[in-house]
Design a protein around this ligand. Structure first.
Ligand code: COA
Ligand code: MG
Length: 285
């Protein structure tokens, strides 16, 4: 799986931004046919994304295409325009049911069979950004082609009639619901966009808070957001060293027949071991 610490969007019709994105060392590049592409640019976005997938070398970055939501009327043409050029994954926004994912998954599977690609190799990432999406998370998150849930803060606030604030208290319940669904289904959890892309302090604080909530990555919209987000979602050297010490000392204490023991004056037992293992897994991604 790609690490997906930072997932960068750009309008799918913007060739300049797409060519820029492949120079940034960003984890995932998401070329957008949905809200980033104006209504009169949808066709151009499809063609431009297809061309980018054909012609550009994305290096280590993941190449994703975001289609319009299922039911918008654009989704089928969006999907069919990009599938033959084999993106690494498809992003479906505003998902509200399992069936909407299944709809895309079946079309993707037909392409995999037609072109001789491994079945299930093309992954789906979905946007959870409406009240219904949150309510139906349990079922939605169980789809086998999913790699990640992406929480859309602005759309969600609009969906429930919340007023957006800087500390995002109004989104906390939904963000945590997404993290829990991801943990239960072994998916990556990708947090909200920091819209004020010139405010580096706000970006740092929001990224670190997202990481503390349990998110594995964050959506971004501007090149100057890449480094801070990657740093916030990469365990620090101290965190990794401490996690390694927990794993080592835990084994020794188990051999001595002790389930709980003390390390640097703090109690360590099974849940702390699990958390340490998560840190080490994330550091490796
Ligand atoms: N991806 C790739 N390159 C980008 C980029 C992005 N998302 N956003 C800006 N850039 C590039 C610009 O093209 C410019 O390149 P240059 O130096 O080679 O000329 C450089 O980064 C600096 O851009 P800047 O002038 O600071 O920004 P802007 O005023 O051109 O654009 C936004 C600001 C917010 C309009 C733009 O960042 C954007 O469209 N972001 C994506 C929005 C989006 O996709 N929304 C939908 C999903 S939430
Ligand atoms: Mg959205």
């Amino acid at each position: 799986m790609y690490p997906r610490r930072a997932l960068l969007y750009m309008p799918g019709d913007n060739w300049k931004m797409i060519t820029k994105s492949i120079t940034l060392g960003v984890d995932s590049i998401c070329m957008d046919m949905e809200d980033g592409a104006a209504v009169n640019k949808k066709a151009e976005a499809r063609e431009t994304i297809a061309r980018a997938l054909r012609e550009l070398d994305f290096g280590q970055s993941e190449k994703l295409a975001r289609i319009n939501s299922v039911g918008s009327g654009w989704e089928q043409d969006d999907l069919e325009a990009v599938l033959p050029y084999r993106p690494d994954g498809i992003v479906i926004p505003k998902v509200e049911s399992y069936e909407q994912i299944e709809w895309a998954s079946e079309i993707i599977e037909s392409a995999e069979l037609k072109y001789g690609w491994k079945v299930n190799s093309m992954r789906i990432l979905i946007g959870i950004e409406t009240a219904k999406g949150i309510l139906n998370l349990k079922e939605i998150a169980s789809h086998p082609r999913l790699d990640a849930l992406i929480f859309g803060g602005e759309d969600f606030a609009a969906s429930i009639g919340a007023k957006r604030t800087k500390d995002a208290t109004e989104l906390l319940y939904a963000r945590q619901a997404v993290v829990v669904a991801c943990a239960a289904h072994d998916l990556q959890a990708i947090d909200i966009v920091t819209i004020d892309y010139k405010d580096s302090e706000a970006l740092k604080a929001e990224s670190e808070f997202g990481a503390r909530l349990g998110f594995s990555g964050k959506q971004i919209i501007h090149p100057n957001q890449v480094a801070a987000v990657q740093a916030a979602f990469t365990p620090s050297a101290e965190e990794v060293a401490y996690a390694k010490r927990i794993v080592e000392t835990f084994e020794a204490s188990q051999k001595e027949g002790k389930g709980a023991y003390s390390l640097d004056g703090k109690m360590i037992d099974m849940p702390l071991l699990r958390n340490a293992q998560k840190v080490l897994a994330r550091a490796k991604e």
